[in-house]
Design a protein around this ligand. Structure first.
Ligand code: FAD
Length: 346
């Protein structure tokens, strides 16, 4: 068993490279970077700000720390971990932000007919992609069937009343995993911070989720790269200008383990209970919020190229799919995605 845990950095790793260019710097650019959610974040701002970068970084870190305290399954004391550890079925109080994630997850879960499924936690842990260790052997069908009995969005209820937001499960062993949307949530938190501060020229990213607005230090629109689905970190597949929107990519080529020559992706099919095993290797979505983009990309990854494209067209989503072929890779996109491509990319 050779566990491989590179990040699905897809977009964010490319940003420094692509925003540097040869152009002359026309305005100051502030770059803040750090670690969160088992990956990296980046905040780039062009123009003056009313505080020092160090002060801003403290605020950024505090926001992302709060997100970890709320929704990390890697922290035993987070609100989400305590909900997962709770063995009763009474509604439990949850913060507003977590309720927002779950509401969006339920919508996308319905639209993908359960392909995007935040109750997939028992399977994630069984296959060793969660906070627990990698499996030494591939799980047996009996183990998979056992875990599948604990999976199902219908077992999770979000309640909103005068006293706040509540989450209720009707299966004591239900295990909610918000990892798939956490990066997008983090990006939306950073976007809100920029808005509160009146900052209008920024690029913020957490892992493979990115949002941009305005222009960079050269006075040019921020450019974001979709990386080719190879192990080479800097191979560019396409370049987009987000125009104030957010982008997120889910891929099966960076986070996986290998056993006897077979790759096992961290994206799991909630129907079979197994890692996806088709030719779609990456799904990129552009949406008004990073949370939405981050939820859809995983759902589309599970569905595979044909069903994903059909659903994206039906829903009018901006989607870019890369599929492995005998000769290499082929890419398809919806017209809505095409509108974000930089010139000469069509
Ligand atoms: P995505 O494709 O967006 O999501 C894949 C992940 O979603 C899988 O790894 C699995 O957890 C889950 N998933 C799989 N199949 C499905 C499905 N069908 N439907 C819904 N979800 C599915 N990692 C660490 O190693 N250490 C940490 O300390 C750590 N802390 C974290 C804290 C937070 C708040 C969050 C959100 C994540 C954290 N992670 C941590 C997880 C790590 O960053 C994940 O690899 C990442 O969140 C997965 O996102 P992705 O973009 O790589 O893949």
């Amino acid at each position: 068993m050779a566990p491989i845990f590179a990040q699905v950095v897809v977009l964010s790793a490319m940003l420094g490279l692509l925003t540097a260019c040869n152009d002359v710097q026309t305005r100051p650019q502030i770059n803040i970077e750090g670690k969160t959610m088992g990956t990296f974040y980046s905040v780039k701002i062009s123009g003056e700000i009313a505080q020092s970068p160090q002060q801003l970084q403290q605020e950024v870190d505090a926001l992302l720390e709060q997100a970890n305290d709320d929704i990390s399954t890697y922290r035993k004391t987070s609100v989400l971990s305590r909900f997962n550890q709770y063995r009763g079925t009474q509604p439990q109080p949850i913060p507003q932000g977590m309720a927002d994630i779950i509401l969006q997850a339920q919508r996308i879960g319905r639209d993908t007919q359960g392909a995007m499924n935040i109750t997939v936690g028992p399977l994630v842990n069984l296959w060793g992609f969660g906070p627990e260790k990698q499996p030494i052997n591939i799980p047996s069908q009996a183990q998979i069937d056992g875990a599948l009995k604990q999976v199902g969005l219908q077992h999770l209820k979000l309640i909103s009343d005068n006293h706040g937001e509540w989450l209720q499960k009707d299966l004591p062993d239900l295990y909610v995993d918000l990892s798939t949307m956490g990066e997008g949530y983090g990006v939306d938190q950073l976007v809100n911070l920029m808005m509160r501060k009146g900052i209008t020229n920024y690029l913020v990213s957490v892992g493979g989720a990115v949002s941009t607005r305005g222009v960079n230090g050269q006075g040019q629109p921020w450019r974001v790269a979709i990386q080719q689905p190879t192990d080479k970190e800097n191979a560019v597949q396409a370049l987009v200008d987000l125009q104030g929107y957010s982008i997120s990519t889910s891929g099966s080529y960076r986070n996986y383990f290998e056993l006897k020559g077979q790759r096992y992706s961290h994206v799991l099919d909630p129907v079979t209970g197994r890692p996806i095993n088709h030719k779609l290797v990456s799904a990129t979505v552009i949406a008004t919020s990073a949370l939405e983009a981050d939820g859809w990309d995983t759902g589309l990854m599970v569905l595979g190229t044909e069903k994903a494209l059909k659903l994206a067209e039906e829903k009018g989503l901006a989607v870019y799919l890369i599929t492995k072929t005998d000769k290499g890779f082929s890419a398809v996109m919806t017209p809505q995605f095409k509108a974000f491509l930089l010139p000469n990319q069509h």
